[in-house]
Design a binder for this molecule. Sequence first.
Ligand SMILES: Cc1ncc(COP(=O)(O)O)c(C=O)c1O
Length: 394
Amino acid sequence: MNEIAERLRVAARMAHIAPFEVMEIQTLAREVEAQGRDVVHLEIGEPDFRTPRPVVEAAKRALDAEPMFYTSALGLMPLREAIARFYAERYRVEVPASRIIVTAGSSAALLLAFGVLLDPGDEVLLADPGYPCNRHFARTLGVVPRAVPVGPESRYQLTPELARRHWTAAARMAMVASPSNPTGTLVTPAEIQGLAALAREKGSTLLADEIYHGLTYGLDARTAAEAGEDVVVINSFSKYFQMTGWRLGWMVAPPELVRRIEVLAQNLFISPSTVAQHAALACFEPATIAILEERRAELDRRRSFLVPALESLGFGVPVVPQGAFYIYADCSRLTPDSFAFAREVLVEAGVAITPGKDFGANEPQRHLRIAYTQPVARLEEAVERLRRFLARKA
Ligand SMILES: Cc1ncc(COP(=O)(O)O)c(C=O)c1O
């Protein structure tokens, strides 16, 4: 250890913040590629689509025409109004623009919601497996993530019954993601109503992460915003709108919380990216929506190919995902250790996938997350490589 490293005192909370395993897989994938070998990337949480052209053009026009000053911490009013119209048109739910807060990705929205609603020592109930950053946002604020193990019987989702059974005296929030990362499964509107009622009964809050909304196949998801003004809804321009790198999301907040969130957002972020907000105004234009809907159909084609293909290799897919772009596969018939398996498959077969370890402590060794973020031809190639790899091991 060098002298500076010895002197630096790292905060104790960092002991609870685990690295993102998928990033480690990506680093290993780059090493494999540096040896001149081809890797099919099925580990990454973003599709291969570029930001729709009308959005990029809007950004270019704004750079020429608009001053790139800070905006209000709540976001540009025309964008907040456009998001409010989106709720009216897509979901038939009236949400006034005054309740919409534009944020630096849904990541900032999650941090703001936790920051405004939770004290150190409070607990937040969340599904395991689930999106890993949630528990790390909690830990950063001294909040305790209370993981509720979930399985196929509840479509890997937190239900009102499970939440009640696991509720603790310190619980101040229950959180769901629908569609979920890593399972692609949805919470039903009745379950959302039940969870919102339970949160009310307990004097706490329901937070619904809807960042994969728009990416559902064979059905259109309903928003948790319809379950009451007191439900906090998080969404993003990252996934359906394909703007991951622009860092833009939003929150639908209870009216009583808007001012508090504004104050915290002013301090933590000042404002979301100005150019990204101008670009996002083009997201709701019919020409953009047409592009996005075509891509949604393409993701559905990929899903329809990959689910049966994985099953034919011996993976289990206990609940067919209805949304997002992930398959949470059971690999227990093929390996006792998903972690070692993911590394072996990458190094020996050139297919990058994410081991269950990233998503919690609920049987991670028997699960892998496989993202259908590549064209069908590449998915076919990945399946062939896996087939040969498994045949060699048999
Ligand atoms: C369930 C879930 N929530 C939130 C996020 C954060 O996304 P962003 O900050 O890009 O909106 C992600 C990213 O993958 C996610 O999977």
